[in-house]
Design a protein around this ligand. Sequence first.
Ligand SMILES: [Cu+2]
Length: 193
Amino acid sequence: MTSVRQWSSRVWVIVGILATVLLAGSSIVAVGVLGGGLTRGGPGSPVGACTVPNLSGTVVNVSLTNMGGSMMGGGGGLMSGGAMGLTADRATVRHGSVSFLVTNGGSVTHELVVLPLPESQIVGTQPFGGDGKIDEAGSLGEASKTCGEGAGQGILPGASGWVSVTLAPGRYELVCNLPGHYAAGMYTQLTVT
Ligand SMILES: [Cu+2]
């Protein structure tokens, strides 16, 4: 009987150790799965269509694009390579309340800034500084928040941002002013009548 009891208690010790190892192992697996999920859904990854509220006034749809992008150097800097583009679905709009719905179809972060375009200035020819950016003086507003309104940290690939402004008649330049993006072609003219 004694030997059986000893054997029995040894078995339970072994079972206990195995159970502990299994529990530890499964919680490591669980952490791995959760961690992977958080990484996939977190900042920096492509997100689906944002929920866009009803925008006031005339809506101008703006598309932000780039070739190559993150695969060619990343960071969205001067060396990220490839042509970039910014297009609006209309070249003119009536003065008053105007909303820009900006969608990033590229592979790196972009933004939209609405700048006045002086009568003597040709679109796309503003000088940029050593930081690869142009002067944003006189900006009427910007859409640079992922799935949100107004200013933020930039619009992530696949996402949208928006901004509503009041525009007087005149010429405006729509630009992406992340370093190097204006020089890479991210500008277009908008005429307000
Ligand atoms: Cu850009």
